[in-house]
Design a protein around this ligand. Sequence first.
Ligand SMILES: [Fe+2]
Length: 225
Amino acid sequence: MENGERTSIDAGGAAYITGQTSSTDFPTTSNAVQATPTTAPCTRPTDQQIIRPANMSSESPGRGMVVHPSADGTRVAVVNLMGRLYLEPARSPFDMAPDLVARAREQADAVIVDFHAEATSEKVAMGRMLAGSATAVIGTHTHIQTNDPTVLPGGTAYLTDAGMTGPHDSVIGVRSDLIVRRFVTGLPVRFEPGEGDVRLEGALIECDGQGRATAISTFRLRESE
Ligand SMILES: [Fe+2]
């Protein structure tokens, strides 16, 4: 899809990213592709269907924290927060995080904080602030996997950025020639996804029965592996 707009849910409860595409073989329905906020045949997703930063406006659909049982029954909470540099959260993530993590702790055995932020300083500071309360603070948004996995005092695994699952023969996911042209000319371009060197990247976290992290390591799997 060249121009994603929003997430919509069809009558069967399936979720779609909607927008426009010139592709004739894109695997979605015409309904979903044509959906717009004014003529939508699809509905807005419900709060249960979307996890979004907890510090967005309360008008935004979705929830900032979910608790889900893992395969062995361990209850895992995921808290999502957004940084302030170049982003526009309605509220400070630093103001909200301690209470949010405390509430997640009451409902879950392990608490993972996904901190979606541009600045490494914001991410490191969030990790330090939540050291000893969250099981893990993992940064996202900058797409480049960082080489700083560590377990902070109190048993909080930390990583500045988990990396990107997608085509790495690109500029953080978008075709390189388009982004280079955008920087050279200063003119807007329509984003199209890159294709080559598809990788799956992320982090593996181990924790004890109290939800305290004991180890963290990064992983990177290429298509050929
Ligand atoms: Fe992002």
